[in-house]
Every structure is written in C-alpha cells, then in structure tokens.
Write a protein that binds this ligand. Sequence first.
Ligand code: SF4
Length: 226
Amino acid sequence: MPELKSRSLLREVRTELAVHGAFPARERFHREAEDLVERENLAAPAFSFRIAELDAPAQQLLQVGGETLYAPRLLPEAGELTGLACGVVTLGPALERRVASLFAEKCYSLALALDDVGNQLLLAATRRAQDRMLAAARAQNLSMAGELRPGDPGLALQTQGLVLRLADAASIGVEVNRGHALTPLKSISMVLGVGIDLPPARWSRCDECPSRATCRVANCPAQPAA
Ligand code: SF4
C-alpha cells in the first residue's frame, strides 16, 4: 500500500497558499488548521492503483477486469488504448471527524478552514499518486492520457464501485456507500487511459463547469484542475 508523507504534502499546500494568497481574509484560520493537521496527525494520505489491461480491443464499451465500463471520452484520437489506470487516494477518516467536532463546538471558521486544507491536501496527494501511476505506465513503455472521476461528464457516478474494485481501494480502507459517495469522504477515485502513443487529452472536467470562471483550482497555474 503506497503511502504519502503528510508533512511533505502539508508543506506543498502551505507554499501554494502563500504564493497564491488564497483566502487572505481567513489566513489566520488556515494557519491554525494547518497546525491542527500536524499537531493532531489528522492526515494519513495513502493511495492504491492498478493498471488493468483491456480484455478486448477498445470500443465504446470498454471491457476490463471482467467488467464493462462506458467511458468513451477515454477513446483516443490517435494511438491505441490498451488499458486503464484506476486509482484511489484518501486522507483517511481523522480529518473529517475533526471538522465535524469543530462544527459541533461551533468553531465554524476553523472547521471550514480545516475542511479546505483537507481538500488541498487531497489534491496534492492525488497529484503525487498520478505521478506514480504515470511512472508505472512508462515502465511498461505505455503512455497515459485523460482523467475521469466517477460523476464527471463522461463517467457515470454509478461506476464508483467498479473503479474502486479495479484500484483495490479496500487495501487502503476506501469504500463506496449506497449514494455512490466515498468513505472516508476525503477520498478521490479516478480512471486514466493507458496505451501506445496516446496524445494528450484535449478535454477536462472543467470544460463545462459553471464554476470555472471563479474556481480557485482551475485558475491556479501551479496545479492541474481537480
Ligand atoms: S472548474 Fe473547478 S469546480 Fe469546476 S470541475 Fe474544474 S476544478 Fe472542479
């Protein structure tokens, strides 16, 4: 089970907030929330992934691991899609429990700041996990392109269970509930195309998002869109 150093992720998040001046009015609460994460060991970032070969040549319905996935956006304009990289990343349950306890104590500003720091940590952990997935694909002389998460345009939320099975999410304690949400909540699952000479994807989940103009993540040059 690959783990990530929460201290190093926290450093990355602190740097981003310092460079991009996110939430200047709430800076004090963010600093407090970051200290809380460190002091109480609230983040246990971990990820698991698998590069699964397609069971049959790629077509609209992808056959993988004995299951069927409808994700036509992953079909490349050129090259050959030969497999899928399915991954899941989590911070574990401690941070969201602490957010809930802060709300219960009516410490709303700190609770919101801690929740936001959790989101930033999860994005940083996801970037690290994708780096490892790319390295694993390259080790097999394969390229990787396009990223979908269940619930994105082009990948039904109901595929959550399938993606988790393919990524062996149980090995890091991530499950899906009846509403197709992940537990722990601070978790992300994803599917990326893997294959031969895949061109970079020219789409992203942000393309049609109504929040794009004001989205801090999409408009931050330091990081790819969530
Ligand atoms: S624009 Fe922002 S909120 Fe919308 S999908 Fe992209 S990262 Fe998410």
